[in-house]
Design a binder for this molecule. Structure first.
Ligand code: ADP
Ligand code: MG
Ligand code: MG
Length: 245
């Protein structure tokens, strides 16, 4: 069953066309890796899928869970079960991590939740990510280290249980231990939720504990090559050179 179909999507940011007819199909529960040189449009793709209004779709169609979401807004798309973890998570003074996740959780699950269930789920998910419980009551990402911000993103993934999660360089800037923890968090998401994943990355360490179904090379706003997990190793050895015109 298809969870996502991206059909010939072209999109622009501030008058610059960045995506040029991109196609991508993902089935339920699959793990896809997207690699590509800096500036190729990887983060743009994440933003376009998630309906970020800064990114204007010029052509094409996006089908999510069988519904056309090409024109849908970010909140609606999130509610339907798509999640984007940002390359650079923002700091939000005045909203605690716990309240932030509770709001998103309520949006995702349509209204009321039992506080007790929420707290228990939050506690066990934080434990799994080796996060100190006190972080729940700290302002979102304010004063968090790079690794702690990324863990907070994975915590949202575990709590919101999306059926498609897009992780944009969630591993960048993390030390070995943090990569391992984040990787285990992603694995727990796969096991507990069984959702599909798009992992945008430059490194292989985050993939160590995951089974990759497909790898795609994104160059100049298009997928120029798709393959299986072995394509990740090929790129690491040989780079993108042969895919760039
Ligand atoms: P990647 O994630 O593959 O490194 P991006 O999608 O971030 O690439 O960027 C692709 C191109 O789009 C770059 O030239 C970048 O400068 C431009 N771009 C992306 N987001 C914005 C934005 N919000 N405003 C202006 N230009 C942007
Ligand atoms: Mg780019
Ligand atoms: Mg990027």
């Amino acid at each position: 069953n298809k969870i996502l179909e991206v059909k010939d999507i072209s999109a622009r940011v501030e008058d610059n066309e960045i995506l040029h007819g991109l196609n991508l199909t993902i089935n339920e529960g699959e793990t896809h890796v997207i690699m590509g040189p800096n500036g190729a449009g990887k983060s743009t793709l994440g933003n376009v899928l998630m309906g970020n209004p800064k990114y204007e779709k010029i052509a094409g169609q996006i089908i999510f869970n069988g519904e056309d979401i090409t024109e849908a807004g970010t909140d609606e798309i999130a509610k339907k079960g798509m999640f984007l973890s940002f390359q650079n998570p923002i700091e939000v003074p005045g909203i605690t991590l716990s309240n932030f996740i509770r709001n998103a959780y309520q949006n995702r699950n349509g209204g009321r939740i039992r506080l007790w269930d929420f707290r228990k789920d939050l506690e066990s998910s934080m434990k799994l990510l080796s996060m100190d419980p006190s972080y729940a009551n700290r302002d979102l990402n304010v004063g968090f280290s790079g690794g702690e911000k990324k863990k907070a993103e994975i915590l949202q993934l575990l709590m919101l249980k999306p059926n498609l999660a897009i992780l944009d360089e969630t591993d960048s800037g993390l030390d070995v231990d943090a990569v391992k923890t984040v990787s285990e968090g992603i694995k727990a998401y796969k096991e507990k939720v069984g959702g599909a994943l798009i992992i945008i990355t430059h490194s292989t360490r985050i993939l160590d504990s995951l089974d990759v179904d497909y790898t795609h090379i994104l160059v100049d706003g298009k997928i120029v090559k798709s393959g299986d997990a072995s394509l990740v190793d090929e790129i690491n050895k040989e780079g993108f050179e042969k895919y760039i015109n």
